[in-house]
Ligand binder design. Structure first.
Ligand code: 5GP
Ligand code: MN
Length: 318
């Protein structure tokens, strides 16, 4: 039995948390674990709390049961936090973490700074969903669990293209496929198929993109006005920065999107092994991974462009 299984075994009431603005790996790892616990035990109370995520993940079992309730009067025996490297990023649901008798963290972020007795932290793991797979009893991995973990791994590896993908990842993926999942439909629905207006906004963002730092950085942005005018929300633009990165000749793509009046979330994606987006983001209050990281700036777009022009070159020397 793994430490994770031992803790689950001892607990009656379990909550599972992830990070704000949940992405595919966050949803895949939390729901994978949720479905696993439900498969293995009849007598446990288990609930996932996450911010409202994109409806495209509706295809995963348990998605509809994800709670946003902040007033549950439940004292959990165990709180499992997946794919989250810092307490601030658990945000409002941290109330359940604080009240829980025991805590378990499962994560792969380079900038993880959570101190916890029970922690599965592998900064080289391509996805938290892979760490969940490795730490659960394979007997209870059915099609529903496999679908969640497959989606999680696929999202954090850019469908097994990013350099974080390794032989073991592909072995795990082949074992998940063996459970009879429709991997092609899962990828199409959760990654590739978009609303027409998502394509329109991507085109707009690319059209206004600028090269900074002698062409090494590709920068672009959107704001609430544009997102709203196309009947979209910020969950609909999460793929744009990855698309920007796939530009010949650039080292980094930087994408800014508005989350409040003159408050922008900055997403970074880098090419090559030398540049560390996590270190740069950490310096400005954020974090993440070497090749994918983010932080928040309270500035106008003009100021952000100036900030990047003045500061981003340091990322090449780190
Ligand atoms: P994204 O650009 O997709 O929002 O995030 C890329 C990666 O960086 C994800 O792993 C995400 O968890 C992490 N990340 C993004 N923004 C922040 C932030 O403000 N703080 C921390 N600690 N991590 C972040
Ligand atoms: Mn992840």
């Amino acid at each position: 039995m793994t430490n994770l299984d031992l803790l689950i075994d001892e607990a009656k009431k379990i909550c599972i948390l992830g990070h704000i603005n949940p992405d595919g790996d966050c949803i895949g790892s939390t729901l994978g674990l949720y479905n696993y616990i439900k498969n293995k035990y009849d007598d446990k109370f288990v609930r996932v709390y996450l911010e409202k995520a994109s409806d495209k993940f509706n295809i995963l079992e348990g998605f509809k049961e994800i709670s946003q309730d902040l007033n549950d009067a439940i004292d959990f025996d165990l709180c499992i936090v997946c794919d989250c490297g810092s307490e601030e990023r658990i945000k409002d649901f941290a109330i359940y973490l604080k009240r829980a008798k025991k805590i378990m963290i499962i994560d792969h972020h380079e900038t993880n700074n959570i101190k916890c007795e029970n922690i599965i932290l592998d900064k080289n793991a391509p996805a938290t969903s892979e760490l969940v797979y490795k730490n659960i009893d394979k007997k209870y991995i059915d099609k529903k669990v496999a679908e969640c973990l497959y989606v999680g791994i696929a999202h954090d590896t850019g469908v097994f293209r990013y350099s974080n993908t390794n032989k073991n990842t592909l072995i795990i993926v082949s074992e998940l496929i063996d459970k009879g999942i429709n991997f092609s439909e899962l990828l199409d629905i959760t990654m590739f198929k978009q609303k027409f207006n998502q394509k329109v906004i991507t085109a707009n963002i690319i059209n206004r993109a600028k090269f900074l730092c002698k062409g090494k950085v590709l920068f672009s942005w959107t704001n609430k006005e544009e997102v709203n005018s196309l009947s979209l929300d910020n969950r609909d633009i999460d793929m744009v920065v990855g698309y920007m990165r796939e530009t010949i000749g650039i080292d980094i793509a930087v994408f800014a999107y508005e989350i409040g009046v003159n408050i922008y979330k900055i997403s970074l994606r880098s090419n090559g092994e030398k540049i560390n987006c996590a270190d740069f983001s950490k310096k400005y209050g954020g974090g993440g991974h070497k090749k994918a990281a983010g932080f928040t700036l309270k500035m106008s777009i003009e100021e952000i462009e100036k900030f990047l022009s003045e500061n981003i070159s340091e990322i090449f020397n780190e």
